[in-house]
Design a protein around this ligand. Sequence first.
Ligand code: SF4
Length: 221
Amino acid sequence: MRPVAHEAYELLLASLGPQAWWPGDTPFEVMVGAVLVQNTAWRNVERALENLKQAEALDPHVIHGLAPTELEELIRPAGYFRIKARRLRNLIDYLVARYDGSLEAMRQRDASQLREELLAVHGIGPETADSILLYALHKPVLVVDAYTHRIWSRHGWIDDEADYHRLQEEIASGLPDDAQTLNEFHALIVNVGHHWCKRVPKCHECPLRPLLPEGGPCEHL
Ligand code: SF4
C-alpha cells in the first residue's frame, strides 16, 4: 500500500495543479518573507516587502545597516513589527557574519547543518527554518504547519499530541526526497487549509474527501 502522504499529494496535485510557490523575486526575498509571514496573512507581508523594495532595502547588507526603528517602520504592515524586526535582524546578523550575506554560499552547506544554525538564531523556529531551507535554498526539507497537523489529525493519520518533528518525520517518510515534490506538497496542503479544512471543515467540497475515514469530521457536524 502507498503511504497516505503520497496518495494525498497525487490527489491534490491532480485536483488543484502546481501551486508555483514561494512568491518572491530572489531567494533573499523568500527568506525575509518566511520571517514576516509568522502569524499574519500573506497580503500584509507583500506590503512590507514592497516597502523594503521601495526603500531599496531588500538586501542583507542594507538591512544590516538600518537602524532598528527604520526597519520596524518598513515592515510595520506585516504586524508584530517590533518582534519581527528583531527576528529579522538576528537572522541577517547570522547571514552576514557567517556567509557574508550570500545565500549562494549558504546553499553550499548541507541541510542538517544549516537547520541547526538557523534554529540557533533567536526567534527562528522549526517552521521558519524549514521554509527557508526549502523555499529559499531549495533543500529537500519538508515544512509542516498547523494546517498539516489539523488535516493529518482529522483523517486519523496522527494523534493530536504529535509535535512538529514527529509530524514532519511521519509525512516525509512517505514522500520522495526531492525539493520540488516537497515544495508542492506543502503549498497544496496550505491551499486545502485555506479553502476547506477550516475550523469547521468543508469535507463535502474538499479534494481530500476520498481519503476521509468513515465517520470523518463532517459526519459529526
Ligand atoms: S476532507 Fe475534511 S477533514 Fe479532510 S482535509 Fe478536507 S476538509 Fe479537512
